[in-house]
Unconditional design. Structure first.
Length: 120
């Protein structure tokens, strides 16, 4: 049983931010983590990297055009899976496509690695 005060702070932001608030969040962060199924480009990842924040991302899709070993922590997906009918019924253009299934364990390991590097 760990003391809750000793646990890392995680902020979940659910409201829209102004540009200044958005940039301020990067400067408060120890890392930017995006366990994505797929990105066309991944602009927030690029913005975090430009701000000097370690980026931890799924090694799949558009982010791999610029987030590579040495510039980001790339987490291999657990699997590449069919998008499925539930998503395709909402996003028709995804019918027949595949996306990544992010690896929870891989992201946990990557966050620990970055946290140890930030702390040292």
């Amino acid at each position: 049983d760990r003391d809750p005060e000793s646990l890392p702070r995680i902020d979940v932001i659910t409201e829209a931010l102004t540009d200044d608030e958005y940039v301020a969040q990067f400067h408060r962060a120890d890392a930017f983590v995006l366990p994505t199924r797929g990105e066309g480009w991944g602009l927030p990842v690029m913005e975090a990297m430009a701000a000097g924040i370690p980026a931890i991302v799924t090694n799949h899709s558009g982010v791999t055009d610029f987030a590579v070993d040495g510039t980001a922590v790339l987490v291999p997906p657990e699997a590449i899976v069919d998008v499925g009918d539930d998503a395709a019924n909402v996003y028709e253009h995804t019918r027949g496509m595949q996306w990544a299934k992010p690896s929870l364990g891989g992201f946990v390991d990557a966050m620990r690695h970055v946290a140890n590097g930030v702390a040292n």
